[in-house]
Write a protein that binds this ligand. Sequence first.
Ligand SMILES: *Cc1c(COP(=O)(O)O)cnc(C)c1O
Length: 351
Amino acid sequence: MTPGELIRPEILALKAYHVAEADGMVKLDAMENPYPLPEALRRGLAEVLARVELNRYPEPSGRKLRELLARKMHVPQGMELLLGNGSDDLIQIVTLAMARPGAVMMFPAPTFVMYGMNATLTGMRAVPVPLREDFSFDADAFVARMKRERPALVFLAYPNNPTGVLYPEEDVLKVIRAAGGLVVIDEAYHVFAGKSFMPRLTEFPNLVIIRTVSKLGLAGIRLGYLAGRPEWVEQFNKVRQAYNVGVLTQAAALFALERLDVLEGQAALIRSQRDELKKGLEGLKGVTVFPSHANFFLLRVPDADAVFERLKRQGVLVRNLHPGVRSCVRVTVGTPDENRILLTALREALT
Ligand SMILES: *Cc1c(COP(=O)(O)O)cnc(C)c1O
């Protein structure tokens, strides 16, 4: 008896999410905030964490943390929050809850790989609808396809990963209004986009928003949140593993989000560096830079495999998206030093 005879064929066909070895590298592959918490805050955090009762189970719904998030993130009155072990967890919870036999999940593509991955895991039929050649969104084509496929679930990353494109608000509204199913807007990069559907959440009964604190500077603690009407949250809450957010994560998140201004200050720095880096990248011959509202850029280069390898040899780790996204690599906006190193290494890699 072998796993090959017993494991579901769709699992056998999957590849595990790939995370590259990054020791000693300039790490620009995963859209992390490059800035640590200031030293004084780290000491304060250590004291808080020292008092956490590790022998006790977490408060299962993370009530205090939900209340703080609702306040800090301007979640509209009457909406509820569900916490996840990263937003990856929430994507899985929503998908698992909606995966009736034969149900369809739709999303523009290329996009975040976890949507399609979770469709596979739960037996939903994934329908990726190609973005235009420049990665802009053809909302009318998407809506036409929705009418045929009748998706139970639509995922829209706003802005999109790995392209960085922020779809026009009007286009997203078209999708929400035409959808017979649930639309999930994934706002992993909202702090860099300056745009959000959070204020409009109450307008649409078929909309939920998921977010993460990962790109804000807390990728290591694993915390995501879903905001939506109580009717949706009530159902998703049944699918959630009872203790999906640990005591250390809850305590660290409470501490850091009480000081959200620090993280937002870092995000502002990253946004201004994004504009600087864009100029530098646009000055490189042979590189097409796609406009980004996130903390990364998608670059089209003559030979993505070669560029990736040459950057790696120079100690710079980026994400190679080829062949999934033809001839493209994705680079995170780093510190000014890291961005300079990237530009120098890229210039070298392109010759
Ligand atoms: C990074 C990312 C996530 C995952 O966030 P985690 O909270 O770290 O799991 C979700 N959606 C998109 C679009 C992302 O880019």
